[in-house]
Design a protein around this ligand. Sequence first.
Ligand code: GDP
Ligand code: IMO
Ligand code: MG
Length: 433
Amino acid sequence: MPGTVVVGAQWGDEGKGKVVDLLAERSDVVARFQGGNNAGHTIVTGDQVYRLHVVPSGILYPDTLCVVGNGTVVDPGGLCEEIDELDARGVDLSGLRLSGNAHLIMPYHVMLDGAAEMRLGRFSIGTTRRGIGPCYQDKAARVGIRAQDLLDPKILVRKLEVALEAKNEILDRLFGLPRLDPEVVAEQQLAHAERLRPFIADTALLLDTALRDGKQVLFEGAQGTMLDIDHGTYPFVTSSNPIAGAACTGSGVGPTLIDRVLGVSKAYVTRVGEGPFPTELDDEDGRRMLERGNEFGTTTGRQRRCGWLDLVALRYAVRLSGVTEIALTKLDVLSGFKQVKVCEAYETREGERLVEFPYHQTVFHGCRPLYRSLSGWDDDISGCRRLADLPAAAREYVETISGAVDVPITLIGTGQGRHEVIDEVELSAARRA
Ligand code: GDP
Ligand code: IMO
Ligand code: MG
């Protein structure tokens, strides 16, 4: 079966965009299945940097079909901007398809996201304020607006009237924000509709047909396992399921059509936004990761929190998504540390040693990391493309991780560039030797 899911194995920003772009060279279709423009996926080719938010990371290959699936939430204005920017840079967008069932982020979702964060004050989640949560809320409450509604102006106004009846009360009475006129909102959205109309399609059918024809289909996750609304560090999570299982519901294909799950993990950990993070560093080592890794958010520009690799969380991610192989990115950032550490287990407040991720948030909040230290390496490994060219300590670091989570590491990132990677062919040859 030719379906491969690429999932973030941490708190997002693991380098999924780069990995998907790399694999897309040998794929026919790339499909996003959850999230929206809270995502920021970076692709670097030569001197060109592309920052994608909703458009799948296969778009740089003109023959690759790029699907924005039913499980995503799409800001029509944001998507039009993204399309226009890519178009202006000469990117061929004829392969883009948007599911008619994808939910649309409306202006009131963005307003409510910001207002809810303000109201939470010091308990805020640190969302990207793109309206993601409120849009998924409306989807579940069955008052959402979908991409297909853009094709029917009468229905669009009717649905906006229903949705705004309650929303206007909340905007006005709870948050002191202006009420919105359904006709005005509809007019704004219909201006985007003309631009988006050619892309709207039955993407579930398209994906199923591609898979049954033996085409290679990549499912591109956004966010990461620890931000999963069911399994992540709730409530400091996003409002969708970034784990591999969601590739099925979020795109409309059955699980039997997927046979490979690639988990993407940095060689260390970062997190943007609030919430617990056991291996977070507030010292020189953390600052070094921040600087060398240029750890600033692609979407909001916020500084990312940095820490040592957390193997307890990584094992959890492997388990939740049935990860069959790992892409370990940004190994180059760890060059120059005297020692590198990995968190092998947690210690609870009561002194218990945990190797499995605790299900109870009170326990998790009280966990402290138990580290294993390994030798660092001084050599600059930027752009390194062969396993044999890595210093022995770097190889040992990779092997330790792979051994601890019991999954092969088939890709190692050694730089931002598309080809700054030690790839699977190389690694499988190394394993055979
Ligand atoms: P995504 O959201 O998972 O696609 O990740 P982001 O694009 O938000 O953040 C990852 C950042 O790391 C981007 O700036 C990438 O260009 C960069 N990156 C990805 N892989 C590597 C790598 O192996 N080495 C280095 N130095 N940078 C990388
Ligand atoms: P990519 O796809 C990192 C975080 C936000 C916040 C929480 C909820 O680039 O890996 P939301 O706006 O989704 O309601 O915010 O989730 N978050 C991300 N962190 N990478 C992302 O996407 C993220 N998308 C959302 O910072 O903590
Ligand atoms: Mg990102």
